[in-house]
Design a protein around this ligand. Structure first.
Ligand code: DX5
Ligand code: ZN
Length: 227
């Protein structure tokens, strides 16, 4: 492991009319980063948000801004994302034609580089790049929407990746994204994830945003202790 589990609050399920306040609440509850889901209507069916919202999030928080690009030709948007304040950028292995080059471009721009794999994409697709990356995102739903159900079949990939990282003496983070709640957070942490992305479980949960972040952290900590 690379330290304690971190929580990335995904604004996809936030109330965009109250974005500043809700991002502040996520930070107040102890979130470690704000996750911004950029969708283009091509790589995934929906169009979501883009750089102007990254700008707004950047102004709303002192936390790192974690940008998840669910778009084709991600290389065309990297510079703009970093200028908007992205601290880390995730591109999909399924969407980047020249993955190695895209990773280098992200690093050259001064952001952390991360690669995401859809649930059906095998881990070997990213294996040659592991030494270049700051983080691998294993999608635990098919990308495109908040509020979907966690896919447990991804857990063996999380375990395998964690084993590879240990075997090769690497320090990269293992992020999971999709359907994360207190119960699935515990499963993912037990399998070796150390960064949890959650949208609905934070922004649409009873009890409010701050309390929801704290509950997720408790679930993650309890799972770490049981390991
Ligand atoms: C899905 C996005 C996720 C999404 C997670 O395509 O990448 O970040 O916001 O939403 P929940 O946590 O509701 O599954
Ligand atoms: Zn995401």
């Amino acid at each position: 492991m690379t330290g304690a589990v971190r929580i990335a609050a995904s604004i996809l399920a936030a109330d965009f009319a109250r974005l500043n306040e809700q991002v502040g609440a996520a930070q107040g509850g102890g979130a470690d980063s704000i996750h911004v889901d950029v969708m283009d209507g091509r790589f995934v069916p929906e169009i979501s948000i883009g750089p102007v919202i990254i700008d707004a999030v950047r102004r709303s928080t002192s936390l790192p801004v974690d940008v998840h690009l669910m778009i084709v030709e991600p290389d065309r948007q990297l510079d703009r994302c970093v200028r908007s304040g992205a601290s880390s950028i995730t591109v999909h292995v399924e969407a980047a034609r020249h993955l190695h080059r895209v990773i280098q471009q992200i690093k050259d721009l001064g952001a952390k580089a991360c690669v995401a794999l859809n649930p059906a994409t095998p881990l070997v697709t990213v294996e040659p790049m592991l030494g270049e990356l700051d983080m691998v995102l294993l999608m635990t739903v098919n990308p495109g929407y908040a509020g979907q159900r966690f896919i447990p079949a991804v857990l063996p990939k999380v375990r395998q990746l964690r084993e590879w990282i240990a075997t090769h003496g690497l320090a990269l983070d293992v992020q999971v994204d999709g359907g994360i709640n207190e119960s699935t957070a515990a499963q993912a942490v037990a399998a070796g994830a150390n960064v949890l992305v959650a949208a609905s479980a934070i922004f649409q949960s009873e009890g409010g945003i701050e309390a929801s972040v704290r509950r997720l952290r408790q679930a993650a900590l309890a799972a770490e202790i049981r390991k």
